[in-house]
Design a protein. Structure first.
Lengths: 259, 259
């Protein structure tokens, strides 16, 4: 049977997806144990117990200086920046993407220059939010514009013969069909958004997941870095799954699902 | 009978390519005009002209004696071979949309009593095309034939002066196509429609039409085939309304000579 026709059952998919991760974990544990056998105070490959102790402090003991529970304060700060940045980018993508995709006169204007205006204005609190928004917005805008622009011409003509004006076509024909695409665009933008966030926090911040990683890096605290990285990965996966579930639930017609 | 639609010395040219030349056509109210001809003979261009999707390079298109604006409007309904229905709306939503457009220019949708009234009207229309049981399906959940029934209902809810059909049954299998022929004939009678249908199927053209128009090039320059456009080479009035039972094999077939 050709490879392209081979479909795994759900169980096989889980095994195929989980096996490499389990394998990596096992390799890590073996290597960590070996290093600790040679040097009990090794910092490069901490054992799970060491990570647990280090994280327990960050999770439950307030920071003497700020009074925050560091881990949760970091998470909250990062998620807030990520949410704001992605939210702004999404808003831009939706509004500009729709207009560029649907209205030929708008398509002719160099509207992609708008984000530059956005830099000039700045956005109060956070250069980090701006960095994320500017980082992911252009691709999202172009994606939505292309998607709206490629709606079959027949649909637009049909809407016109039903008496729809430009606004009604945008609101009832283009917008609803752009929405599932927008959710997919956010999912794709999540990766770069995290990268921008971590970089921004590494350079200029005093709180946040990225900041913490770059801070404790100085002390070679892999026992904090590894759980933080795993936590970031988990957050990213949860967001991805949630967006996909939302899309399937809100726009069943776009997924070929029966209601 | 007065001419509902008149084309007076109409030319369509794209650059130096002449698609239609010197087309003169009067369509009476209540006619069922079938347009046939080889590929590239300007059938679809003629339809787009009547639809208002394109303006003639020269000449005039008159509807009810008024020159047509080069924009689609609710006085002309259309059913394309594909992409005629909105995939993100349910069957009922697809038809109700046509009633919402003129009634709600800003909100683009109706609420409360007005909505129930529009939905009742749409339901009636859908029952007339045989979709009374499928009101809450999405188009992707329906067969091609059902989608075309929906497209017809969607167009007819606007009570258009002219119904334009662009190879509406071309993608359907023969059994379904026969059903659709029965349906369109019944609707044509019941709603006193004026229909212009473009088709590749000569048998279909003669079965359904009260008049058959064959488009082709009269002249052909082998060195510059694009310099002569097509025009009506045959204009065959068939007597009386079409009989639903197929019987047309005896008609002379206007085979196009050049291609």
């Amino acid at each position: 049977m050709r490879l392209i026709n081979r479909h795994f059952s759900k169980r096989d998919r889980l095994i195929a997806g989980g096996a490499p991760i389990v394998l990596l974990l096992v390799i890590y544990l073996i290597m960590a144990a070996a290093r600790h056998a040679a040097n009990p105070s090794d910092k490069i490959l901490p054992l799970p117990g060491g990570m647990f102790t280090a994280m327990a402090g960050l999770l439950t003991t307030p920071d003497p200086l700020s009074g925050h529970l560091v881990f949760w304060a970091d998470t909250l700060a990062s998620l807030q920046r990520l949410g704001l940045g992605l939210g702004i980018a999404t808003l831009f993508a939706l509004v500009l993407g729709l207009l560029i995709g649907a209205l030929p006169p708008v398509r002719a204007t160099p509207i992609a220059l708008l984000p530059i205006l956005f830099i000039a204005l700045g956005l109060g609190e956070t250069s980090k939010v701006v960095l994320i928004a500017i980082g992911v917005a252009p691709v999202m805008i172009r994606d939505i514009a292309a998607h709206v622009g490629s709606l079959p011409r027949e649909q637009i003509i049909k809407a016109e013969t039903l008496g729809a004006n430009s606004w009604q076509i945008i609101a009832r024909v283009a917008l609803p069909q752009a929405m599932p695409r927008l959710l997919q665009a956010i999912r794709l933008a999540l990766g770069p958004a995290w990268v921008f966030l971590i970089s921004a926090e590494a350079v200029a911040s005093d709180i946040g997941l990225g900041y913490r990683i770059f801070l404790v890096r100085r002390y070679l605290s892999m026992d904090v870095i590894i759980p933080y990285v795993a936590w970031i990965a988990l957050l990213a996966i949860v967001m991805d799954v949630a967006l996909n579930a939302l899309s399937r639930r809100a726009f069943p017609w776009a997924h070929g699902d029966a209601r | 009978m007065n001419a509902l639609l008149s084309l007076r010395n109409v030319w369509v040219e794209y650059g130096d390519k002449v698609v239609l030349e010197k087309v003169n056509l009067e369509v009476a109210e209540g006619a069922f005009l079938s347009i046939i001809g080889p590929s590239g003979a300007g059938k679809s261009s003629l339809l787009r002209l009547i639809l208002g999707q394109e303006a003639p390079t020269r000449g005039q298109v008159l509807l009810d004696g008024q020159p047509l604006r080069p924009e689609c409007g609710p006085d002309r309904g259309v059913v394309f071979q594909r992409y005629s229905v909105f995939p993100h709306m349910t069957v009922l939503g697809n038809v109700t949309f046509g009633l919402e457009c003129p009634a709600a220019p800003l909100a683009a949708r109706l609420f409360g009593g007005a909505r129930r009234k529009a939905e009742a009207e749409a339901t009636q229309m859908l029952e007339a095309v045989g979709l009374g049981d499928s009101l809450h399906l999405y188009p992707a959940q329906m067969s091609g034939g059902m989608q075309q029934r929906l497209a017809i209902a969607q167009a007819l809810i606007k009570r258009p002066r002219i119904l334009l059909l662009d190879e509406p049954f071309g993608a359907l299998d023969p059994g379904i196509r026969a059903d659709m022929h029965g349906l369109i004939t019944r609707l044509w009678r019941d709603y006193s429609l004026t229909v212009v249908m473009v088709t590749h199927d000569i048998k279909e053209a003669f079965t359904l039409g009260t008049r058959v128009l064959a488009l082709d090039k009269r002249r052909h320059d082998p060195h510059a085939p694009h310099r002569y456009g097509a025009t009506a080479v045959y204009d065959l009035p068939l007597r009386g309304p079409p009989v639903p039972a197929p019987e047309p094999e005896t008609q002379p077939t206007p085979v196009a000579a050049t291609n």
